[in-house]
Design a protein around this ligand. Structure first.
Ligand SMILES: *[C@@H]1O[C@H](CO)[C@@H](O)[C@H](O)[C@H]1NC(C)=O
Length: 453
């Protein structure tokens, strides 16, 4: 079978098993402005600092002329082909404000349980309730191909379960294989925290849909979701707001609960909702979530969320779907339907309502800003005209008792030759299947850590 045949087979299998994918969004690129405390990448003459007591793998894709770099206690810089570092005098670029060192944000700030940090290939009109924005038991999870990411696995009591995890060029479907990855150095650079991660649950083979399976995790999911808002839901802009199953906060609109027989097909129902209802002009501005909910195995929850309760569009669509369930919807296997509606618009501004809509970028930014404030208090500024690579021991009282830092061979190389511009060597082991990356591993660190143990 040729490649097109394989692709076709794979697509058919996906359709057959309702395979759903969730993509991890945040990265740990050197080149991503939001990974730095001043929301910009280093410019000429900057001193840059990584959090001293964190582990991280950082992909560098561009060229940087910097005056100083404070490395983390453990970690790696992975240079893409063409990327490099060179030395520049501090303050040599007057257009670049290098008064204070540029701090790399805490790479531990991203939690698996945060719905903001996942993307699924949804239609724009369809959304998922918060519990289902985080990977469900039957989902396949994909991390960035270039492996520049770091994810916290949640608190000790949390057990994350998915069908498969694709990371570092491999797809893990067996717990033994995944456990080996998590124990390895590459795994420890990218996955951390006391929570458990398991793979190998089966794909959803039921055409009527499968329960996501995150109900027990909902308190943690909501805590992560609402952290940028101080842990509290924004006020709803309608009276008698509804709390759908799996959602963290009340919303305005309608919730339709369906029971069905064995003919019911969730994908077909969703497609029909999009084609025959949501495409109509009177329902513009409505967003719909359709999923099987844990309360009863035959119950399908249809959430109609409206940004502007005053239009009443959710109520109209809810009633239309109720009629449909008693008419043409029967042919799709719908047995019964019940509708709940939120109340009249509350006296509130449109801006408040805007705050209810998920906005990943903003939320991540706020988390980052909070962490920056924490970080800033423990890192010490060092300025020097010479490019140096080092780990600063006095700078970080919290690091006492942790394994000692390492000498970076590049430092010796650079300072001994006194070159103004140095390309880092690109040695040994490979990280990525696309072969454009070289992998930099500090051989001295492992030796020192063992010697101390
Ligand atoms: C489900 O209900 C529909 C409508 O009543 C009917 O046509 C269909 O045969 C039923 N399916 C099963 C498997 O009972």
């Amino acid at each position: 079978m040729g490649t097109p045949g394989l692709v076709l087979l794979w697509l058919q299998l996906c359709a057959l098993t309702r395979a759903a994918h969730k993509f991890w969004v945040p990265n740990t690129y050197f080149d991503t402005a939001t990974n730095w405390n001043q929301n910009r990448t280093p410019c000429t003459g900057d001193a840059v600092q990584f959090p001293v007591d964190k582990m991280v793998s950082v992909l560098v894709r561009d060229n940087y002329a910097i005056s100083d770099m404070l490395l983390p206690q453990d970690g790696e810089l992975v240079l893409a082909s063409g990327a490099g570092f060179s030395a520049a005098e501090a303050g040599s670029d007057s257009a670049c404000d290098s008064g204070a060192p540029l701090l790399f944000h805490n790479p531990d700030r991203f939690s698996w349980l945060d719905p903001h940090l996942w993307r699924s290939g949804n239609e724009p009109r369809l959304f998922s309730v918060d519990a289902e924005r985080v990977p469900c038991h039957a989902d396949d999870v994909l991390f960035p191909n270039d492996a520049s990411f770091r994810v916290g696995l949640g608190p000790a009591a949390s057990l994350v379960q998915v069908r498969s995890v694709s990371a570092l060029g491999q797809t893990f479907t067996r717990d033994e294989d995944l456990a080996a990855l998590l124990r390895s150095r590459a795994g420890r650079l990218r996955f951390h925290g006391p929570g458990s991660l398991r793979v190998g649950s089966s794909a959803c083979a039921d055409p009527s849909g499968c329960v996501c399976g995150n109900a027990e995790m909902l308190p943690w999911i909501c805590a992560a979701l609402l952290q940028p808002l101080g842990g509290r839901c924004p006020p709803a802009t309608c009276l008698d707001a509804l709390r759908p199953e799996g959602q963290c906060c009340d919303l305005c609109g309608a919730v339709l609960s369906l029971t069905h027989n064995a003919t019911f097909d969730l994908e077909r129902y969703r497609a029909r909702l999009l084609d025959q209802f949501l495409s109509l002009p009177q329902y513009q501005g409505l967003q719909v979530a359709v999923s099987k909910v844990p309360s009863a195995d035959t119950e399908i929850q249809v959430v109609l969320a409206e940004a502007r309760p005053e239009t009443g569009a959710a109520g109209r669509l809810g009633r239309a779907l109720l009629e449909d369930a008693a008419g043409p919807g029967r042919g799709f296997g719908v047995l019964s339907a019940a509708l709940r509606l939120s109340g009249a618009p509350a006296a509130g501004s449109a801006e408040e309502q805007d705050a209810l809509r998920p906005r990943a970028g903003l939320a991540v930014g706020v988390v980052a800003a909070v962490l920056l404030a924490l970080l800033g208090s423990v890192l010490l500024l060092h300025r020097s005209g010479r490019l140096r690579w080092r780990r600063d021991r006095e700078a970080e009282p919290a690091s006492i008792g942790l394994p000692r830092g390492f000498h970076n061979p590049i430092f010796d190389l650079m300072s001994s030759k006194e070159q103004p511009s140095v390309e880092l060597p690109s040695p040994s082991s490979k990280v990525d299947s696309n072969a454009s990356l070289s992998y930099f591993v500090n051989p001295l660190f492992a030796g020192e850590a063992e010697a101390e143990a």
